[in-house]
Design a binder for this molecule. Sequence first.
Ligand code: SF4
Length: 308
Amino acid sequence: MDIRDEINQLKKEKDAVILAHYYVRPEVQEIADYTGDSFYLSRTAEKLTSKVLVFAGVSFMGESAKLLNPEKVVLMPDLSADCAMAHMADAGTIRKMRDTYEDLAVVCYINSTAELKRHSDVCVTSANAVKIVRELPNKNIFFIPDRNLARFVAAKVPEKHFVFNAGYCPVHEEMKREEIERLKLRHPEAPVLVHPECPAAICDMADYVGSTSGIIRYAGESSAREFIICTESGVRCELQKQDPDKVFYFPDTEPVCKDMKLITLEKIRDVLRTGENALQAEEGSASRAREPLERMLALAAKQEKGVE
Ligand code: SF4
């Protein structure tokens, strides 16, 4: 039997759905029931009624889904698929910042471990960070772990005082200005669309800076026929599906998150078949990590409804 048929049959038998991030392999995105960025996936996971969620992504995504759905079975196709940036902050520094600054909110990018979320006040994603930070009553913001997203948000919310952390995404940090300049010379009509995890030198060249879903939306709505894309190249799958006739150029040093690519159809089939790699529900003080996620979803829902 074809592996796709096997997966679809297992999904029915186990009452399972597959959630996939835009950065995983194209064949995994194609078989998924829901594909999106971190914000969309966390919001979707919270609303699903299926018993089993297979999370095709890195560990913080599965952890977040489990925190929001402790009663559901969350299966990770590969437990070793991790996000380097998710670990680039520490509880000791957070405590020090709380002692140093009065009226401080610890704002935690969703790309972080449950342990970091446990010490934070609110989570954000790249899609909602600006709006959520703007809504916070606090004057001082300690933004973890990503310094690049923090810089982007700080520029949009100048009324707050930001304290920066040294974390970064190794994939976006590696983008080279010379490569983007070369692409611009070759394709002068192509707008440059940049993810805010990129360093300032890349964001400065952008026609648009936004989350993965923002980049997809911008490309879909634009009358341009070609684009220079500065984010992980897995997003090409959704961009091309949306607009088969448009052309998308990525930097010559292809931005690839190796951990996202660890997720394969075979691993999805295997966890569905065996139930292995199920995440355990956090208990006691560990479940404190759920609060910043729930606060993010509540603030985002309020903003969507236009409620002040
Ligand atoms: S692309 Fe970067 S931020 Fe995203 S999962 Fe990979 S290492 Fe983490």
